[in-house]
Unconditional design. Structure first.
Length: 178
């Protein structure tokens, strides 16, 4: 029998000082059995960084045709495609052909460095692609914020994101690879 996803609920208040975007989002996150708490929270961080009323989570780890997050228009135009980890460059080329903007979030420093060393030159040629490293995601205690029901505030300014649950605050520094 296949394992089922675990469902988490998050009330996320976003204050993006750079974009002047201030909104509350009620989110449902389905954590695939193969997904870690850290990866799920990085999806939430990516949501906060690109928060928009039309931003949606993809179908998950087992679906290669969809990103972790995306923003689509009613006519099918993909405005934003967000994926996590160290995706295959072929998948990113395909995403760049489908979407106006593609963003990759890496959060495992050693694996991300090896991936970038191997594919960085090739990926740098993709004009629609941005790669963002979250080098301190694990050390900052991001996964410690996970609860079945979360009430979180995300404050963003420049390349820093503060994610708080009322008792703890996690500070993340976002480093652009290009």
């Amino acid at each position: 029998m296949a394992l089922k996803s675990t469902v988490f609920r998050a009330e996320l208040a976003v204050a993006d000082l750079d974009r002047h975007y201030y909104a509350d989002h009620s989110l449902t996150l389905a954590r695939h059995p193969a997904e870690t708490d850290l990866r799920m929270m990085v999806r939430l961080v990516a949501f906060a960084r690109h928060a928009h009323p039309d931003l949606r989570f993809g179908r998950g780890l087992c679906q290669d045709e969809e990103p972790d997050l995306w923003r689509r228009e009613a006519d099918g135009t993909v405005r934003l495609w967000v994926t996590l980890g160290q995706p295959d460059p072929r998948r990113l080329r395909k995403a760049c052909g489908r979407a106006e903007a593609v963003v990759v979030y890496t959060y495992q420093p050693r694996a991300a460095r090896a991936w970038w060393d191997q594919h960085g030159e090739e990926l740098a040629r993709l004009a629609r692609l941005r790669v963002v490293h979250l080098p301190d995601a694990a050390e900052a205690g991001l996964a410690d914020l996970v609860q079945p029901r979360m009430a979180l505030t995300a404050t963003l300014q420049e390349d820093t994101l503060w994610l708080a649950d009322g008792q703890r605050t996690v500070t993340l520094h976002c480093q652009a690879a290009r």
